[in-house]
Design a protein. Structure first.
Ligand SMILES: *Cc1c(COP(=O)(O)O)cnc(C)c1O
Length: 292
């Protein structure tokens, strides 16, 4: 894995630092490249099994890894209408040969947080939530430490969480405070995820977003924030996690020169989100016209 650059960017009149993990790999970008770093040697494995949503970045990353190593990838998910016209992560994963099975056929609990290796089959928990993920995240921590030494900083790190795997292991390997927010579930749920994954590791600091955002739901103010981010920083962020991240940083006034924001990739998922936002905006425009 090559080193990802760190750059200074400005937003809303403040400057901060950005770790560009989105540039790590065209198909395995961001934190999935880090979390799935342990899957380099698949010589004893024929099939990779995992489960989650049909829009997941982890799903696409695993489909790519399996294909590039000549393995079968089987994914358990709840059927949804997007299957009729796959786009983004789902389209890419199907093109990579992903085999879909009903979610009910996933043989383990949904809260599984370790790998299961049976015969030549490897079962990976949702979103890669397993101790082995720390292997690649330790490399990310090392890159950050080297930058800190060179720049003589005393930074605070920020990244939005899904399962919390990346934030937890980053805090485990870094002597600086790691801040995060729950994008899936609430603060309490994220805290429980940390403990389930590694009861002895120090926990990252969980910040509360300015309001409750339901994961995957559309919020026009978040879309506006995402567009403003692109305009002011010239960087494309992800639409599921990053806008909640920046809304929270602005709300808690944490955006400054000491902040290192981890860009965790996920841009393939943007396609479907942008489409849904455009449809919503069109509908609003039509309704407004009707009202005049
Ligand atoms: C998967 C993902 C996350 C969540 O990572 P966790 O380790 O599950 O907390 C955040 N941002 C992006 C862009 C992702 O793809």
């Amino acid at each position: 894995m090559s080193l990802s650059p760190i750059q200074r960017v400005s937003f809303a009149g403040r400057s901060f630092f950005l770790k560009r993990d989105d540039l790590l790999h065209p198909h395995l970008s961001g934190n999935k490249a880090r979390k799935f770093h342990f899957l380099q040697d698949l010589s004893k494995i024929k099939e990779i099994h995992s489960f989650g949503s049909l829009h997941s970045n982890a799903m696409y990353s695993l489909s790519f890894l399996a294909k590039s190593k000549g393995k079968t990838f089987i994914y358990y998910a709840r059927s949804d209408p997007s299957l009729h016209n796959p786009k983004g992560n789902l389209k890419g994963a199907l093109e990579n040969g992903m085999i879909l099975r009903p979610l009910e056929e996933w043989p383990y609990g949904k809260e599984l947080s370790h790998l299961i290796f049976i015969d030549d089959r490897l079962y990976i928990p949702e979103g890669g939530r397993c101790p082995e993920a720390q292997e690649g995240i330790a490399i990310l921590a090392k890159e950050i430490e080297e930058w800190v030494k060179k720049e003589q900083k005393s930074p605070k790190i920020f990244l939005p969480s899904g399962t919390g795997t990346t934030a937890l292991f980053l805090q485990k390997y870094l002597p600086f405070p790691v801040y995060t927010i729950p994008c899936v579930g609430d603060e309490e749920y994220l805290g429980e995820q940390f403990v389930a994954l590694d009861p002895t590791a120090p926990c990252p600091i969980i910040l509360s977003p300015p309001k409750k955002y339901r994961f995957g739901r559309l919020y026009l103010e978040l879309f506006e924030l995402w567009r403003e981010l692109k305009k002011q920083t010239d960087v494309t962020f992800d639409l599921l996690y990053d806008p909640i991240g920046f809304a929270t940083l602005l709300y808690h006034d944490l955006l400054d020169e000491d902040l290192l924001y981890i860009h965790q990739g996920g841009l393939m998922g943007n396609e479907t989100m942008i489409e849904r936002y455009k449809a919503k905006l069109d509908k609003i425009a039509k309704t407004n016209k009707g009202a005049v």
